[in-house]
Design a protein around this ligand. Structure first.
Ligand code: FES
Length: 337
């Protein structure tokens, strides 16, 4: 296996299995047959995808910006971290997306795909603890890996998993078999009032309890708000967004002046300030592109940001903004970049 390129993992699709009408499991093995690099529960792989081959929008088209750069997509590993063979990921087909999921769904057994080494931005807390695991939709993928690791250790946990209907719930049988009474499944059938009872599920904070949630942004936001209401410490609430933060209704183009670079950018609705900076051939620092890590934070010299990150404190928001997700409430922003 080559270890020198940006894409050191040369993989082959070993098998594919439809899990639901929209979700497909892919098993991946090393092209050279050697053991794959280890990872820990919650880790993901970043894949090189061919958007042109998927018949998608060109990378510069409005709406083509996703959580990864054009030509890259990240998917959580579903395996137990006690890796005995192939990597396993599950991909939900996003019909209106920019093409990454279409590319992944079109892969057939025996076809090659390149990836970066496993990375974990959503690890389990390393001290013994009781885990409350919460997943919405395809957000089950890292959560199931965590449940597998916790089960293997005999650790205390409960997995709460929500989907619209039983037919759309990937890994339903795996969760039931693995977790037994340590899992609760919820189906809302399109009626949000029948969804997961968050306050009850989250329960009371305690020094030994940690909360892990993965799913769409409305679920993450609701869990964070419910945990805050119950006085949970942010250090004990762990989350990972599935996919890119959606554009907010009413997003408008904004003008961003980068004072040190001497550039003024017109940032269309649907394009992040970070993406506009990269398009302008600047080299901004960034990592998650979901507002979670804070790496892309820049100093605001004037203007009013519309903060949409999860990384900055109220105090930090007085002078910083995360350009991967946040925009301007109105008018012009002047940034120290
Ligand atoms: S890149 Fe992580 S918060 Fe912006």
């Amino acid at each position: 296996m080559s270890t020198t390129s940006e894409w050191p993992l040369e993989l082959i699709v070993a098998d594919t299995v439809p899990l639901t009408a929209e979700i497909r499991l892919l098993k991946l093995k090393a092209a050279d047959g050697k053991p794959l690099p280890a990872f820990s529960a919650g880790a993901h792989l970043r894949f090189k995808v061919d958007l042109a081959a998927s018949g998608s929008l060109p990378a510069t088209a409005p709406g083509a910006r996703q959580a990864s750069l054009p030509g890259e997509r990240c998917y959580s590993l579903v395996n137990s971290a006690d890796l005995s063979g192939d990597y396993e990921i599950a991909v939900k087909l996003e019909a209106a997306g920019a093409g990454g999921s279409r590319f992944m769904h079109a892969l057939q057994t025996g076809e090659p795909i390149c990836a970066a080494l496993p990375q974990n931005d959503f690890p389990l807390h390393d001290e013994p603890h009781e885990a409350v695991l919460m997943a919405g939709g395809i957000g089950i993928t890292p959560i199931l890996s965590m449940a597998r690791e916790l089960s293997a250790k005999g650790a205390a946990y409960h997995l709460h998993y929500a989907a619209r209907t039983p037919d759309t719930m990937a890994y339903r049988d795996d969760v039931s078999q693995l977790c037994g009474e340590q899992a609760s499944l919820y189906f809302d059938y399109g009626d949000p009032t029948r969804g997961m009872p968050l306050a009850e599920v989250i329960g009371s904070p305690a020094p030994h309890r940690h909360l892990y949630v993965c799913g769409p942004r409305p679920l993450i936001d609701a869990v964070i708000a419910a945990a805050r209401d119950k006085q949970w410490s942010p250090a004990q609430v762990h989350f990972e967004l599935f996919g890119a933060p959606p554009a907010a209704a009413g997003d408008r183009p904004c003008r961003v002046v980068l004072q040190r670079s001497g550039l003024a950018l017109e940032v269309p609705a649907g394009t992040s300030i970070l993406a506009a900076m990269i398009d302008a051939r600047l080299d901004p620092l960034f990592d998650c592109q979901r507002g979670e890590c804070g790496v892309c934070a820049v100093r605001v010299l004037s203007g009013t940001p519309d903060h949409r990150d999860y990384a900055l404190s109220d105090e930090e928001r007085e002078h910083l903004m995360c350009v991967c997700v946040s925009r301007a409430t109105e008018g012009e922003l002047v940034l120290d970049a």
